[in-house]
Design a protein around this ligand. Sequence first.
Ligand SMILES: *Cc1c(COP(=O)(O)O)cnc(C)c1O
Length: 363
Amino acid sequence: MIIPFVDLKSQYDSIQEHIKTALAEVISSSEFIGGHFVRKFETDFAGFLGVKHVVSCANGTDSLEILLKAYNVGIGDEVIVPAVSWISTSEAVSNVGATPVFVDIENDYYCIDITKIEEKISTKTKAIIPVHLYGQPADMPNIMRLSKKYNLIVIEDCAQAHNAKIENQIIGTWGHAASFSFYPGKNLGAYGDAGAMVTNDDFIAKKIRQIANHGQSTKHNHEIEGRNSRMDAIQAAVLSVKLNYLNDWTNKRVKNSELYCKYILSKNKVPKIRPSSNHVFHLFVVRVEKRDDVIKQLEKNNIQVSIHYPNALPFLECYKSYNHKVSDFPVSCEFVKQIVSLPMYPELTEEQIRYVSNKINNE
Ligand SMILES: *Cc1c(COP(=O)(O)O)cnc(C)c1O
């Protein structure tokens, strides 16, 4: 049995007819950039989230950067980010000229550790970017409490957590604004690069749309310099089709995570779910002692696995000049040595999950 890490083909097979129709409509309309397919997806996704504004853009890294710009975060400012994430989270901060300030993660839920944020806040701190890592919501109630106390902007990085909830409130609606990626492998994925920014703030909504469109508010009226960051109509049409399935796919991911938890015998290996929250399992990450041996064993049995991520962000080569100390990030540093991401997608079968789990049990 070969078990791929992700299986976008079997998802396509299940929705083929709708996708083909949608793509044919885009091509025959010749509205490739902007136009009604893009507007429709923005409206659809706003309705899904229950948020006032969705502004589409080219990818989930641009969306972070454009939001930071819109909030005037730049040179001399500091932005708090978790020590474990994909590099986009901190890269966006550096790319607007600000400094990423890393905070260790929670040992239980792997998101930014709320108890370690305050010691990193300085007079230069402007914003926090919590990441809902692997589909687990960050501790948003407490993050919003801190943001009020210190007057900080909160931009949620929702790239891995479409449809996750905490206290029954969907992520992306907790902070001042939020960033989504629709990279093909995400829980809601396009057939290429795509991203979106969401907010209830009218002023910020206008500003991000302007920045993403060369600084124009109306055609040829460039009040500021912006950039070119747009979602194309093909991606928007695919996303509108796929959004109809997101609830169903989310339920299947959760069900698959429950099966992994049932079949993997050692309970300290499997992820915990934060109380009062709905984890959407973008990734199913287990912690193991002898990682190299486990990976070798899984790969020998044709099970594709991955590591998200092999290094904590503060220790990437590009941040060497900050001279970060391991003792500042004890949980993150231990964590990244133990983790393995197992195959996870809605279409996984119980038989496949049992097969993978047995190999883990044998280690
Ligand atoms: C995927 C991802 C992004 C970036 O999304 P792209 O669309 O690939 O630019 C940002 N943050 C996190 C946590 C991600 O996983």
